[in-house]
Design a protein around this ligand. Structure first.
Ligand code: PRX
Length: 652
């Protein structure tokens, strides 16, 4: 251990570098450094070259149509994502290759070959059609991590019905908001899913959500846990197994326009209402296909495991669409890493011989806390490449991952991207890039990113600022569903013609990018996005609350934790019970990921003269820092009182 900590110490102070292991570099899919220059010289030709590796019913007329800030890629082209992920692999040896290896939390498991997956997708696509689903209809999916989830997505893609997948941890109210925003016609759910040995009652949440969703006509229910047999409403609800019964195993893939919507995915922004991020067909597929291939160095015999939930964008792009478009074997696991024991992830790696593992820094920090004994119990010798995503990784966690999981042999790709970007944008290429722990390194070939100051001027090497993207990229969001103005305002109004990521970033002397976290009112909890406003609206919805402010406080494991400052009605007595009740209320309104770790009662919140809550000062208080500039406060005594009170409560 002493040796490890001295290595870490050295790293933090000496800025150690990790060049690609020579054997890895020799065999790497991307092993020619010229890829960067070629792509930079003519990005459109680079992306067109990648697009040609996919199947098109009709080729495109134009690679890029850029009417800032609206982009169209592969204009005039026709293709189908499900065809590219399945049919394209059926003629050759991949036909009988494992497409999906799935493991349920209780230990049940199943392998789908490409042939199997194609059959099940076709059968379900036909089932959807027989339930009245037509091209263009929006379909909501609220499923646990079971095979029916990617099958449903691919079936939707096959018939041209955009899906909106909702993470299984979201509440009934969150489901309702998302269904109503996109006027979804049908929802696919399960009776329940397994999580840490318990059943998550998905169907019950859906039933509650559907009390006020006028557009939903049908509910398809997968029978997973056997816990909703008495909840089926006749005429509206239909079991998945009944819906696919007797359906043909052939279903022609609908030729889609390159710019037709593939899916919608709701994510938190800086306001209380989640935004429906719109991803389209051609550019998105080219983006996730290319990055999966080069970043994860996919070879024919790899067993690739991304531990994300498909309810988030990482699962969409790098469990389902990217790997399957490459004809890879993608592993999917239903439950938590500590069930039945803390070695579950390593048991999965050992059992299926995973060669590539892609996970989040928050998970790595949790494994660090649990200790090395758990990975040591299992054979991890098949692993050859590791990845991280979702939040900045601290060098200490990077080194731990590299040493204890990669056993010093596996490059670690720290990949930066967002729901909006659809694809990885800043990342090492494992056979080419010298790694620096804690840095996502450089933009992917064909991507141009920069760090700018408040005025949009690029900063000098060694300086920090805001990360922006200076040119359109194939998988970029096209708009916010139903709200193009918000799309412009949110991403393109801060600097003219630059996409504003919302992330702080430092550029070092070698041009490496070091992501520093969000600079807006988005909190990143365990690699999941929550907006301060969402938490605040959930709190003020409670009858005891007058006003609330929430912030992200640095957290050793989760990156950030939600902390809320709450002003109660005069008639309400503050109590610990009330804190518990308020936390429960937020969980009910949004989901457990938004639950505040701590709640503080305060008679007043620090505000500017124009009434804006100064969350920055609340963060200073919560993190025990010296209070920053308070000159714009309407009443500076508020912050002093709050600080004293906070100190007393945390000491107590
Ligand atoms: O702040 C950045 C952080 O996650 C945000 C995007 O969150 P989301 O849309 O939920 O997508 C997460 C998975 C792609 C970004 O604005 N983030 C993501 N990856 C990294 C990261 N921060 C630092 N390093 C990363 N590798």
């Amino acid at each position: 251990m002493a040796e490890v900590s001295s290595t870490i110490d050295a790293l933090l102070h000496e800025n150690r570098e990790f060049p690609p292991p020579p054997d890895f570099a020799r065999e790497a899919v991307a092993n020619d450094p010229g890829i960067y220059d070629r792509a930079a010289k003519d990005p459109e030709a680079f992306w067109a070259g990648m697009a040609k590796e996919l199947h098109w019913f009709k080729p495109w007329d134009k690679v890029l149509q850029w009417d800032p800030p609206f982009a169209q890629w592969f204009v005039g082209g026709k293709l189908n994502v499900s065809y590219n992920c399945l049919d394209r692999h059926l003629d050759g040896p991949r036909r009988n290759k494992a497409a999906l290896i799935w493991e349920g939390e209780p230990g049940d498991w199943k392998v789908y070959t490409y042939w199997d997956l194609h059959r099940e997708v076709c059968r379900f696509a036909n089932a959807l059609k027989s339930l009245g689903v037509e091209k263009g209809d929006r379909i909501t999916i609220y499923l646990p991590m079971i095979p029916e989830l990617p099958i449903a997505m691919l079936a939707c893609a096959r018939i041209g019905a955009p899906h909106s997948v909702i993470f299984g941890g979201f509440s009934a109210e969150s489901i309702r908001g998302r269904i109503n925003d996109c006027e979804s016609k049908l929802i696919i759910t399960a009776d329940g899913g397994y999580r840490r040995g318990n059943v998550v009652p998905l169907k019950r949440n859906v039933d509650e959500a559907l009390e006020e969703t006028p557009t939903i006509e049908k509910v398809v229910v997968v029978r997973r846990t056997g816990t909703a047999d008495d909840l089926m409403q006749s005429g509206r609800d239909i079991w998945w197994h009944d819906a696919v019964e007797g359906q043909s195993a052939k279903c022609d893939a609908e030729p889609m326009d390159s710019e037709d919507m593939l899916y919608l995915l709701y994510t938190s922004g800086t306001t209380g209402k989640p935004k429906g991020i719109v991803h389209t067909t051609g550019g998105y597929l080219v983006g996730v296909y290319t990055t999966s291939k080069y970043v994860f160095d996919l070879k024919e015999d790899d067993v690739y495991w991304c531990t994300a939930d498909i309810g988030w964008v990482t699962g969409h792009s790098y469990i389902v669409y990217g790997p399957l478009a490459n004809g890879a074997t993608s592993v999917m696991y239903e439950g938590t890493p500590d069930h039945p024991d803390r070695d579950r992830f390593w048991a999965v790696v050992e059992k299926y011989g995973c060669t590539i593992l892609y996970t989040a820094p928050t998970a790595i920090r949790t494994f660090m806390k649990w200790g090395e004994e758990y990975p040591e119990r299992r054979d991890l010798s098949t692993l050859r490449l590791l990845g991280t995503v979702g939040e900045p990784i601290n060098p200490e966690a990077w080194i731990w991952y590299w040493q204890n999981i990669g056993q010093g042999r596996c490059p670690v790709v720290d990949t930066w991207w967002q729901t909006e970007t659809g694809m990885i944008l800043v990342t090492p290429l494992p056979g080419l890039t010298t790694l620096k722990p804690g840095s996502a390194t450089k933009p992917f070939p064909g991507i141009t990113a920069d760090v700018v100051d408040e005025n949009g001027i690029p900063v000098a090497p060694g300086q920090g600022g805001l990360l922006v993207l200076t040119k359109p990229w194939p998988a970029m969001l096209r708009t916010i569903y139903g709200d193009p103005d918000r799309y412009i305002e949110q991403y393109w109004s801060r600097f003219p013609n630059l996409y504003f990521t919302g992330d702080g970033c430092k550029k070092d002397q070698d041009g490496y990018l070091w992501l520093l976290g969000r600079v807006d009112d988005v909190i990143n909890v365990a690699a999941h996005r929550i907006s301060t406003m969402e938490v605040e609206s959930a709190l003020v919805d409670h009858h005891a609350v007058v006003e609330a402010a929430s912030i992200g406080r640095s957290d050793d494991i989760k990156g950030q934790a939600v902390v809320a400052f709450v002003t109660l009605k005069d008639t309400v007595t503050p109590s610990d019970e009330l804190k518990v009740e308020l936390k429960k209320h937020v969980t009910q309104k949004i989901g457990a990921i938004a639950r505040p770790d701590d709640i503080f009662f305060t008679a007043e919140l620090p505000k500017t003269r124009s009434g804006k809550i100064m969350r920055r000062l609340l963060r200073d208080i919560a993190e025990g820092r010296a209070i920053g500039d308070t000159t714009t406060l309407a009443d500076s005594s508020v912050i002093q009182t709050l600080k004293e009170k906070y100190g007393e409560e945390t000491e107590g």
